[in-house]
Write a protein that binds this ligand. Structure first.
Ligand code: ZN
Length: 181
C-alpha cells in the first residue's frame, strides 16, 4: 500500500465526511473527527505501522456511520479494512455483551489492531478527564476506567511506547477520579 502523506490525508478527509454532524459524548461536544485524529496522532507519535495509523483515522466509520467494510477495502485496501473490522463492535449485540467481548477478544487481535485499540482507549480516557459526558455520574466513570484497563490488559505487549502511554493515562484517570468524587 502507499505509505504517503496523501493517503493519510485522504483517510482524514474520508473520516471527517463520514462523521460529519457527529459529536463526542463529552460536555465540550467536540466534533467526532477530533477523536479519530487524536487516535491516529497517538499511533504515529508512538511508532505504529502506517496501516494502523490509517485504520486509526477510519476505525469508527463502520461502527458509527453508513460506511461499509467493502467501501473501506475499495478505498484503502484489504489490510486497512481488516484492521478496522477488528476494531469494530457488533452493534447487533447488547452493550454489556459487547463490553465483555472487548475484554475477552483483546488478546486475540492482530498486532496492528491491538495498537489501534490501545490508542483508542487512551484517547477515550483523556476525554473522560477533559470533557466527561454530563450524564455520567462518578460511579459510571469509575466503571468505565476500570473496564478500559481490563481491555487494555489484553492489548499490551506489542508496542512498549504505547503500553507506557496507556499506563500513564490510566494512572492519571484514576487520580482524576479520586480527586473529583
Ligand atoms: Zn474510537
Amino acid at each position: 500500500m502507499t505509505t504517503d502523506t496523501a493517503t493519510l490525508l485522504r483517510a482524514a478527509v474520508f473520516a471527517a465526511r463520514a462523521h460529519a454532524g457527529q459529536t463526542r459524548k463529552g460536555a465540550a461536544a467536540e466534533p467526532y473527527v477530533n477523536h479519530v485524529l487524536e487516535v491516529a496522532e497517538i499511533l504515529a507519535t508512538h511508532g505504529a505501522p502506517q496501516a494502523a495509523i490509517i485504520a486509526g483515522l477510519l476505525h469508527d466509520t463502520v461502527e458509527d456511520t453508513e460506511v461499509t467494510p467493502a467501501e473501506l477495502a475499495e478505498a484503502f485496501g484489504a489490510e486497512v479494512a481488516g484492521i478496522v473490522a477488528e476494531a469494530t463492535d457488533d452493534k447487533t449485540l447488547a452493550k454489556e455483551t459487547r463490553k465483555a467481548l472487548q475484554v475477552s477478544q483483546a488478546p486475540k487481535k492482530t498486532d496492528a489492531a491491538k495498537q489501534l485499540k490501545l490508542a483508542d482507549k487512551t484517547s477515550n480516557l483523556r476525554a473522560m478527564m477533559l470533557s466527561p459526558p454530563r450524564n455520567w455520574d462518578h460511579a459510571r466513570r469509575c466503571e468505565y476506567v476500570g473496564w478500559a484497563g481490563r481491555v487494555a490488559a489484553g492489548l499490551k505487549g506489542v508496542n512498549p511506547a504505547l503500553d507506557q502511554l496507556f499506563e500513564q493515562t490510566y494512572r492519571e484517570a484514576i487520580a482524576h477520579l479520586a480527586a473529583h468524587e
